[in-house]
Write a protein that binds this ligand. Sequence first.
Ligand code: NAP
Length: 842
Amino acid sequence: MLMSVMDIFETMEYGPAPEAAAPALAWLKERQPFGLFINNQWLRPEGDRYQTSVNPATGKVLAQVTAASSADVDAAVAAAREAFQSWGKTPGHVRARHLYAIARHLQKHARLLSVLESLDNGKPIRETRDLDIPLVARHFYYHAGWAQLMTSELPGYAPVGVVGQIIPWNFHLLMLAWKIAPALAMGNTVVLKPASYTPLTALKFAEIVEEIGLPPGVVNIITGSAATVGEALVRHPDVNKIAFTGSTEVGRTIRRATAGSGKKLSLELGGKSPFIVFDDADLDSVVEGVVDAIWFNQGEVCCAGSRLLVQENVAERLTAKLRARMERMRVGDPLDKAIDMGAIVSSAQLETIQQLVAQGVAEGAQLWQPSWRCPTDGWFYPPTLLTDVSPATTVAQVEIFGPVLVSMTFRTPAEAVALANNTPYGLAASVWSENINLALDIAPKLKVGTVWINSTNVFDASSGFGGYRESGYGREGGKEGLYEYVHPVWEQRASISKVSTDEIPIAKSAEVTDQVANGQSEQAGLVVSSDMLSFDLNVVANGGAQNEKYGTSDGDTAALPAIDRTPKLFIKGKQVRPDSGYSRNVYAPDGRTIGQVGEGNRKDIRNAVEAAHAASGWANTSAHNRAQILYYIAENLAVRADEFVRRLVQQTGCLHADALKEVQTALSRLFSYAAWTDKYEGSVHRPPMRGVVLALPEPIGVMGIACPDEHPLLGFISLVAPALAMGNTVIAIPSSQAPLSATDLYQVLETSDVPAGVVNIVTGDREALSQVLAEHDDVDAMWYFGNTDGARRVELASAGNMKRTWVSYGHRRDWLDNVQGEGQDFLRAATQVKNIWIPYGE
Ligand code: NAP
């Protein structure tokens, strides 16, 4: 029969196009059982401590790898520590050459790595070959550049030391690259634990480390179980940082396990990312987008577009198109170049997917799967669509981590945003519309770390990746990712002289009097006359009011008591009485009572958090306006500078010159953050596509800030001002010992156009109130500058909603110093970077 070309196209079945497995299998056979890679040597354990790695497409064992013990973890950490002595000081150019060599060798072994990854994980060779491995090499090239530039681009920063890195199985080598490349570029050494399901590419990577002659101990790779190797690494006292990628549940456990240890922590966790389709979107492009969003990598993707949110009037049309496309998808041998989806990583993962889908159906969802059958040799699952899903059901909330798309509808853009944000996660989102105005209006409203406009699941080393909310914190990639692997140089000094914040430097009262008696004091522009400073400590006890003489009817004069001024709490722009009805005394250094402040409690914190949420519009006010308000606070504070100086002397007993310096520095600091408000703006990346990526620092949201005891005014301003500058709203707990400098600010705030609820101040027991804030699920970040134990408690409690924390562990910071007391470290901690991908062109 004669066939036309059209007939051939329509009837032609794909033939299999398998990639050869033989070279990878030969490589495995030659090397297994694999030892542990420590100090550039392959160490074999005594006895039979091995675990197997299995091909999920066949269920057959691929290789045996060592199951390390906690003693092996000790050995690997010791090797990394030893290597850090020199690697941490190795010039950037030398590190750059090593990273460059790794990238080149990854490319030389690209096909072997692609095949190994597909065999071990079950993902299609098309994806490992064209996406995973090229991106892995790109990460090392990109970070070779940062190693070269570190000295000039990150002056004042040093590597953190030994880093423990733990990675998942879904993009195994890529996750390894995202972790090892920046760590090495910044001068750290590494102990990496691969995922137990997919250790093989990490072991090939170890061979590359050997091959390029990286100094021994710089990279150590130890296979083994989560319970032994993972936990030992997390708890190891000689590890300075943990970088983890995996599930939110394990991330939470790690947050708790590291609380109070002083380890830096970055967590790249799970997601339930929305894929939002407006009615003006190009639906044929949308269908291909959905394929890439949820059926890429069998849906085992942290940022998979697993929730399809469609505008109601196009939902039916889109569903029909999707079903037609699903019917033509191919699931099969991962090494077949013509398949769309490979195997699910394990039988356990397959069971989880099956159970969740069954639960979705039980909860009312409509199930649709293609008519064809999946292979039965290994662990396969077909592309699946659940419609009629209601937003509160399990399948709409829980990460399924499989090829299952749940679909919901919306009517208005506002409804789309509300639905999109209706999970505890915040990893990524995709927005589809031909109206760029609409898409760019929606992007900032989504509480996620990455937004792809008319695209999905695209990545590049130049653009940081990471989550909001329970999807974790920290970024991998981009310049922002580098800060996860460094710390300010001065912090090293602080950690040596660890002090309790209970020790506030206190000058003797005699010194204070002498100083005051010395008359006029001038310090760099702020002139305070002796008149302004001559005061009686007893008078100041009543809030600074001077006693007056009161004329009596018989012509005599009598002393008039000062009008009592007892500060309340400051919530929602108003001074309110504490719920407890109790006050706490504030004492001078010599033990005399100098005033009282409200004893805030749990309910006051709750009210303050509510007020801070209601003021969230602050984030959307223009940077110019926020700057104006910070300048205005400075202006109003300056008018009352003398009063604040007196208050500092009175509360802390410091020398008046020091108090003066504190007030003056606080004013300068307000100016600094007013200045930064419209200058800390982010950047534009040009990844390899037609388009741009906007990297925008966004406010974190509602922040709790527990202020230090030392420098009660400057400490408060130094923490609250950057948070406000970046658009956050704040609940501040002033110094417990010297809260009056903060309560004196109420009137300054009231007269400076600060919108109600943007700053809330709750006085009381800093430790108890910090605990309440750290436990509060509607607080997005918690800064704590108090003692070591408080830092631990805050970090521990923060795991509830994975709030961002920044704690001082009792280390003294010199608030008067502009390097330690202000700058971009504060701005970085007050923001999280959102990357918005904007492709363009017809
Ligand atoms: P997982 O169960 O959390 O495991 C991740 C890694 O942590 C594995 O190496 C695991 O070891 C180890 N581990 C487990 N429990 C541990 C513990 N208590 N202490 C120390 N280490 C422990 O996650 P997974 O199932 O491998 O990966 C899927 C998850 O990763 C999904 O939630 C996905 O969204 C997330 N993910 C996130 C990103 C991101 O960038 N945000 C990227 C990829 C994946 P074993 O393998 O030995 O169990």
